[in-house]
Design a protein around this ligand. Sequence first.
Ligand SMILES: [Mg+2]
Length: 437
Amino acid sequence: MNTPPTPLMLHSFPHAILHVDGDAFFTSVEQALNPDLRGKPCVTGKERGIIACASYEAKSRGVKRGVSLWDARKLCPDLVVLPSDYETYSLMSKRMFEIMRRFTPEVEEYSIDEGFADITGMRSYFRKSYPDIARDLQQTIHRELDLTVSIGLSLTKSLAKIASDYRKPHGLTAVPGNRIHEFLPRIPTADVWGLGRNRVALLAKFGVNTAWDYINRPEPWIRKLLHKPGAEMWQELRGNMVMPLDKELQRPEASISKSKTFSAPSDDPDFMYAKLVRNLESACIKLRRHHLRAKEIHVSLRTKDYTEAAAGARLSRTFQNAHDVIPVIRELYAQLYRLGTTYRATGVVLVGLSDDRQYQYSLFEDPLKIEKIRSLGKTTDLLQKRFGKHTIYLGTGLYIAKAPQHERDTPVWRKLHRLPGETVRKHIRIPLLNMTV
Ligand SMILES: [Mg+2]
């Protein structure tokens, strides 16, 4: 005989936590910017040949993230395949979080397209119920960015995250404390945040198949089976907040990394080295833009079968220009490169960052030379700002042209459709509305 689940002894919202999740975020951004794509099955990930994001139109045809483009085209011959434009996605993401911060300062940027917001106590400020505040946020994002999000509202991050996934796209699911007993029996353990496939299988052996089964086991039993993280989840699912929001705003960058996958794998040492130097140049451009200097440099080469070789060096002084560290890069590259191996990517990571504006010359440095190099960097940046990134580069870069052009090398839509006055760095700062007048 099935007895109905008994409610937990909880008020509706001792805490009110929102989980906001962009629906098919990358393709939705593409569709928001380019009306021609609306209603069409489209995917991003052209540059890798693997789908990074599929629009709802594509999903309905069975096309999913992680599938190869080759397989996807068999399922959906009219699929529109786009190169990923992470710069634009992250600018849109920033705008989404800006809107969330208008509702509450307590926001956690969990990933590029999802975040948490704590709106506890905001009812009197907005003179609205929590679900109405959530709906307002959802509508504001839709109106201003032309993107849909799904929102979960509940007492903890874990409950809110399950709730946002419950109705997609453009869903709003509120689970107050006195309704948890109705909601969790419908949630399979596989849909609980952080319970991986192995834990789900383990729980199933003990007859724990839903989130409701999970919280109806005694806490010590869960702790014994799944240790502290499992016990924390048990608390969270019962509406007791044990995972606080990580509100730390974007910290000053601890490292700068630039890597590039080749559109076709290569075994040409000159081409590879040129790509590596190009990574270094890009990383240095970013260093200078943020008024930083670096002290350590790491280089990595990834082979065709995804094994990675890496080496690093700590320098005796800091740098912010590529040509200062060319001898180091050349040395590291010589250590790593294996003749006859086919590679698919190179990368550079700069760490040990410090503020350039507080730079002190050491006794053994030639201030005149340093100033010359610094002004060279400034001039380079000025030229690139005016004429585009990498208009001026180290001679090694000439070898990049040796690479055979590949059909995957298509520029992203935004780069081909700049609005008047837009430059490489200055774009989509203005609210974008695609209106037919
Ligand atoms: Mg999402």
